[in-house]
Design a binder for this molecule. Structure first.
Ligand code: ADP
Ligand code: MG
Length: 229
């Protein structure tokens, strides 16, 4: 069998708060093959966000390892890690995290600007990603002129702009009604099939099960339920 895109081995993360230890993850083994749409579910505080942050290289585990595309994250230099989460991984958050003073188009193009991609390529790529999420006609609008669902689609377009191998979405429907949540999950599902991107969604929204290839459930930092992919 080929190497999974993401492989977590014995992953633990202990936070120290005021001299106390909070074990957010306790020995998680978790693999995701390329092209999957995986849901990480579980109650608030079960460790979903912690797991996504470790996979995306935003945080370091207390014990255990994360492999992304066969590369061991803990052996990367600080620069390589930054490169990794800038270019290979796209992040989507509950609150959309769009810049209010920029148009939808400029929000989507921003990651390319940060990494110094030339204007022509930036514009072409941002346009392409807006079309992928069905919002090309809204390119000139500011976030506050858009609905919550549209803002989240802009955020997804921004996450795609570097052609990442992996999208990590943390409670992407947390601020959306159920009809709009379905649209967002359906969009993420379509991206896995059409754009060959792998998606890991952390969500306590039960609707996610209808769209994900499969789900794992975290409870108190452990994987409780993990059917074979
Ligand atoms: P979830 O995303 O499933 O709600 P989290 O990963 O955010 O869970 O949190 C898991 C546990 O770790 C919780 O007990 C939470 O309070 C704790 N935790 C998360 N982040 C921090 C942090 N930065 N400092 C201290 N404790 C944290
Ligand atoms: Mg969370």
């Amino acid at each position: 069998m080929s190497e999974p895109l993401v492989r977590c081995v014995g992953l633990s993360r202990i936070y120290r708060v005021d001299g106390r230890e909070v074990a957010a993850l306790r020995g998680v083994d978790f693999s995701v093959p390329a092209g999957a749409f995986v849901a990480v579910t579980g109650r608030s505080g079960s460790g979903k966000t912690t797991l996504l942050n470790l996979i995306g290289g935003l945080d370091r585990p207390t014990a255990g390892e994360v492999y992304l595309g066969g590369r061991l994250l803990s052996t990367l230099s600080e620069r390589e890690r930054t490169e990794l989460w800038r270019r290979q991984v796209g992040f989507v958050f509950q609150s959309f995290a769009l810049l209010p003073t920029l148009s939808a188009f400029d929000n989507v193009a921003l990651p390319l600007r940060i990494t110094g991609v030339n204007r022509r390529e930036r514009d072409a790529r941002a346009q392409e990603c807006l079309e992928l999420v069905g919002l090309a006609e809204w390119a000139g609008h500011r976030p506050y002129e858009l609905s919550g669902g549209q803002q989240q689609r802009i955020a997804i377009a921004r996450a795609l702009v570097h052609r990442p191998v992996l999208i990590l979405a943390d409670e992407p429907t947390g601020e959306l009604d159920s009809a709009t949540s379905r649209e967002i999950f359906a969009l993420l599902q379509r991206l896995t099939s059409e754009q060959r991107v792998t998606v890991i969604v952390a969500s306590h929204d039960p609707l996610v099960h209808e769209y994900a290839t499969w789900s794992v459930r975290l409870q108190d930092g452990r994987i409780e339920h993990s059917p074979a992919p």
